[in-house]
Design a protein around this ligand. Structure first.
Ligand SMILES: Nc1ncnc2c1ncn2[C@@H]1O[C@H](COP(=O)(O)OP(=O)(O)OP(=O)(O)O)[C@@H](O)[C@H]1O
Ligand SMILES: [Mg+2]
Length: 225
């Protein structure tokens, strides 16, 4: 079992498009490479919904077999717990659940494992970074001062943990005044990987749709190896 590259996709801010963009990029990457998605959002898993997966992963030799959908291997707490049940675990239980997902999944060989990160900067992050060797982090933000403020906290944590930042993606979900703070990214040497606009096919996630922007970002990921 070998994973060539692990890329975490996130931001401390909730609702900026982490899960939707992770799934879109996975669809683009899967055209040329073998891709997996680890949905690390234990309290609010979403990948099983985006990929329309209702079954539980099979277990063999005490390991979860990720579920194959659109040529992508996916594991999400949403498929392990009963669908609409909330996980109401305290920190140590949360860390335990993440560790279990990470260490008990048989990914086989993968070119890319994308991690759909939960919002926040707490226990979940530390556990994931302790358990896995993250090669790169992709930041997602909205062009909004609240999203930017949370993103800056994420960047400061990533710098402390010495995690490589591949770049940021701007997700313009709302048609509104744009406050992206280019100078912040320039002064911190964080590359712009691309900008998503509001897109109905992303909003009502269409698994047959591969957006031009996610293709462009996936090309940048491929060329950065
Ligand atoms: N580019 C886009 N076009 C249309 N809708 C979008 C786009 N990006 C995200 N959305 C929508 O915005 C909402 C938030 O997106 P998503 O759940 O992917 O964000 P998130 O950062 O993963 O949230 P959370 O912090 O809860 O995990 C969802 O309803 C999603 O369908
Ligand atoms: Mg999410």
């Amino acid at each position: 079992m070998a994973i060539k590259r692990i890329i975490a996709i996130g931001s401390a801010k909730g609702g900026v498009g982490k899960s939707s963009i992770t799934a879109s990029i996975a669809l683009s990457l899967s055209k040329h490479t073998s891709v997996g998605i680890l949905d690390a959002d234990i309290y609010g898993p979403n990948q099983h919904i985006l990929f329309n997966i209702n079954k539980k992963p099979k277990i063999s030799k005490k390991l979860f077999n990720p579920i194959n959908k659109n040529k992508i291997k996916i594991i999400s707490m949403g498929n392990i717990l009963n669908n609409d049940k909330a996980a109401i675990w305290r920190g140590p239980m949360l860390s335990g659940a993440i560790k279990k997902l990470i260490n008990s999944t048989n990914w086989g060989d993968l070119d890319y494992l994308l991690i759909d990160m939960p919002p926040g900067t707490g226990d979940a992050y530390l556990t994931i970074f302790n358990e896995l060797k993250i090669d790169d982090f992709i930041l997602i933000t909205n062009p909004n001062k609240l999203a930017m403020s949370d993103l800056k906290r994420t960047v400061s944590m990533l710098k402390k943990l010495k995690i490589n930042i591949l770049g940021y993606i701007n997700n313009i979900i709302f048609d509104t005044k744009i406050d992206i703070q280019d100078e912040y990214f320039e002064s911190n040497n964080i590359k712009h990987l691309g900008t998503f606009q509001f897109d109905n096919k992303i909003y009502n996630f269409d698994l047959k749709y591969i957006s031009k922007i996610s293709n462009l970002i996936s090309d940048k990921i491929l060329s950065s190896t």
